[in-house]
Design a protein around this ligand. Structure first.
Ligand code: ATP
Length: 320
């Protein structure tokens, strides 16, 4: 099947060994590899698609560990660079007793932020049928220029451009800057997926409805998706709009649900972009993507919880 190239950050989340504690109270931490674009690449590969990750890691034990995780999962790492000076990005993440996620990032700068336009493997990027990215790679130079160059090269070569902003406010200098930069590349994307929280942030409206979603529409957009956690998702195209219900599961950790959803969607449309224009077929694909998202919440961590195609099929068959 056609190649899906996912561009951006891959890092290690350090998560407490016990739940409901603050970072300071945590008795110890477990390594949880992540970074939304890397999760998407692995989600695709696990479902049987062809995926490649493009980004930069530290030339250190953690960086080589992450590259190994890509390869073990069947993701090509030929677009991965290693920085001699900077470390692989780390983030300490905890779900406190009040349910709020607390983040502490180690990016001063980390290797992912130092990817330069010259380091890009343009042949690889130009061979993508789908090019997927987020917004964290827009925050600082030189990675921002690398992001722009990669996006333009993929677009010029005819790839479908897929954008999941994945807002991480603490990484931006200000909320205004986050909004401005996230929207600065809005009109290049063919497909955009936002969460309900991102919809509120980007529109400045406290309503999650069709009107606020459509305020994010642009003329060249083919598909806009708003994910709603356990409630599933809404979809918008030029010709139709609607919703798909979520699958009822017992969620233990929602990390990676959105990435799993995106990976599944991209896997299904990579060889046939016309699915986007056919509501019945698109709905089937989104049901599959919602099942993937739901399954991902039933296990701890993002990558270990990403389903294989056969797991998704058994969940879909069991549900009806
Ligand atoms: P992330 O936590 O990865 O940032 P997100 O906020 O981008 O995720 P969500 O809306 O949380 O995206 O989840 C994406 C999809 O996964 C949803 O559309 C839904 O289909 C599924 N999903 C997420 N959470 C649950 C849940 N608790 N129960 C069932 N399905 C879920």
């Amino acid at each position: 099947s056609g190649l899906i190239v996912s561009f951006g950050e891959m890092l290690i989340d350090f998560v407490p060994t016990v739940s409901g504690v603050s970072l300071a109270e945590a008795p110890g931490f477990l390594k949880a590899p992540g970074g939304a674009p890397a999760n998407v690449a692995i989600a695709v590969a696990r479902l049987g698609g062809a995926a490649s990750f493009v980004g930069k890691l530290g030339d250190d034990e953690f960086g080589h560990m992450l590259a190994g995780i890509l390869k073990e999962n069947g993701v090509s790492a030929e677009g991965v660079n290693f920085d001699k000076g900077a470390r692989t990005a780390l983030a300490f993440v905890t779900l406190r007793a009040d349910g709020e996620r607390e983040f502490m990032f180690y990016r001063n700068p980390s290797a992912d932020m130092l990817l330069t336009p010259d380091e890009l493997n343009l042949d690889l990027i130009r061979s993508a049928k789908v090019f997927h990215y987020g917004s964290i790679s827009l925050i600082v130079e030189p990675c921002r220029s690398a992001h722009m160059k990669a996006m333009e090269a993929a677009k010029a070569a005819g790839a479908l451009l897929s954008y999941d902003p994945n807002l991480r406010l603490p990484l931006w200098p200000s909320a205004e800057e986050a909004k401005k930069q996230i929207l600065s590349i809005w009109k290049t994307a063919d497909l955009i997926k936002v969460s309900d929280v991102e919809l509120e942030f980007l529109t400045g409206s406290d309503k999650i409805d069709d009107e606020s979603a459509m305020s994010l529409w642009h003329d060249n957009l083919k598909l806009l998706l708003v994910t709603l956690g356990e409630k599933g998702c809404r979809y918008y195209t030029k010709n139709f709009r609607g919703g798909v219900d979520g699958y009822h599961v017992k969620a233990v950790d929602t990390t990676g649900a959105g990435d799993s959803f995106v990976g599944a969607l991209l896997c299904k449309i990579v060889d046939d972009h016309s699915i986007i224009e056919d509501e019945a077929r698109l709905k089937e694909v989104l049901k599959y993507a919602c099942a993937c998202g739901a399954i991902t919440t039933t296990k701890k961590g993002a990558i270990p919880a990403l389903p294989s195609h056969s797991e998704v099929i058994s969940v879909l068959n069991g549900a009806k």
